[in-house]
Design a protein around this ligand. Structure first.
Ligand SMILES: *[C@@H]1O[C@H](CO)[C@@H](O)[C@H](O)[C@H]1NC(C)=O
Ligand SMILES: *[C@@H]1O[C@H](CO)[C@@H](O)[C@H](O)[C@H]1NC(C)=O
Length: 329
């Protein structure tokens, strides 16, 4: 959908800024026209809305609750047990984190090390799948006895379980754009039902762009938390150096602007996953006008769920389908 207002604002702003910087009308015109041509030539169109509808609203549900990392409060995160628990508790989908073992096998894991969730220790980049398989994936979970014997699943195993249980999958890809795009492309080829029942999401536009280059039919989303470069989730500055903090704050402004005006269009995303506190009726409207759906994360209390479900009517990602739990940024 062409947003004439957007385009005029974008190119006017670029024009004025470049003009101020270069004082050359000729170069300003050349640069602005180049940007226009670049976006026009290299952007991906959004996938058809009917397919997005199937992915985001399975069974024509108005709002879908999505279990974060498979529902890390209700079961050990990113495990088959979590996926089953999410289904049992009525989730419409599960968000799963894609990572790779040292021998290049796609697996489910949020961190780059196994320390936080398993009884092992060390970076994934130094552990082969056969090493990872020996670990207890429930070791650090609060009810670990209940989930004894749970292992780290491969991406393939997790996907097959979700397809069997008819759960929508939100693939969260943090890095490795090339490897991730290759692994997911192969997966979509093998299981075409995923085109109607999954979405690839990332904080990194490069990952999404790479995914769409690899397979333009895949439904995609950008994930964003405003001020994420300069501040942690709870608002505490990331850097103690004052000048670095201010520099990163400026970068945050640029990144936020780019997400809302350029990157979504370049990648042709169908949804925007944003930290819940930034979602308002106006915000939902902003994206709706661009054919993009808002998904809020992470919504962890009953009162909040009510607000997102009934008032805002947007999908939300939660750590628990059954009870209130600690906030998660
Ligand atoms: C982790 O737990 C599993 C299952 O109990 C066990 O077989 C394995 O030896 C343990 N690994 C480590 C490094 O403690
Ligand atoms: C996806 O959904 C469309 C529309 O309902 C349907 O025609 C198509 O067969 C589905 N594809 C798969 C692989 O399930």
């Amino acid at each position: 959908m062409l947003q004439l207002g957007d385009e005029v604002t974008l190119y006017s702003m670029v024009f004025v800024l470049v003009l101020l910087g270069t004082r050359s009308p000729l170069w300003t015109t050349v640069l602005t026209v180049s940007l226009y041509l670049f976006l026009a030539m290299f952007r991906f169109p959004q996938v058809p809305a009917s397919r997005v509808q199937q992915v985001l609203h399975p069974g024509s549900d108005k709002v879908s609750a999505v279990a974060h990392r498979g529902g890390g409060h209700d079961a050990p995160e990113n495990t088959i047990a979590a996926i089953r628990e999410a289904r049992k508790n009525g989730a419409g989908g599960v968000e799963l984190d894609l990572e790779f073992s040292a021998d290049g096998v796609p697996i489910l894991m949020h961190d780059e090390t196994v320390d936080r969730t398993t009884n092992g220790s060390g970076p994934l980049s130094q552990m082969r799948l056969s090493d990872l398989r020996k670990l207890d994936a429930a070791a650090k979970y609060r009810l670990s006895e209940k989930f004894a014997g749970e292992t780290i699943p491969t991406l393939e195993e997790a996907v097959e379980e979700c397809i069997k249980l008819q759960l929508v999958i939100y693939f969260d890809v943090k890095g490795h754009p090339d490897e991730a795009a290759a692994a997911l492309t192969e997966l979509y080829k093998k299981h075409p039902v995923l085109y109607n029942s999954s979405i690839v999401c990332s904080f990194e536009p490069k990952v999404i762009y790479r995914m769409r280059q690899s397979d333009p039919e895949v439904v995609t989303a950008l994930t964003h938390r405003p001020w994420s470069l300069s501040r942690l989730g709870d608002g505490v500055p990331r850097f103690s150096s004052l000048w670095k903090h201010h520099w990163m704050t400026l970068m945050d402004v640029v990144l936020d602007w780019a997400h809302h005006h350029v990157l979504w269009k370049l990648c042709g995303v169908s949804a925007f996953l944003i930290q819940k506190n930034f979602v308002s009726p106006d915000y939902v409207q902003y994206w709706a006008q661009r054919g993009v759906e808002v998904v809020a994360w992470t919504v962890n209390t009953k009162v909040e769920k009510e607000y997102y479900h009934t008032l805002l009517q947007v999908n939300y990602i939660t750590d628990s389908l059954v009870e209130d739990c600690d906030p998660h940024y």
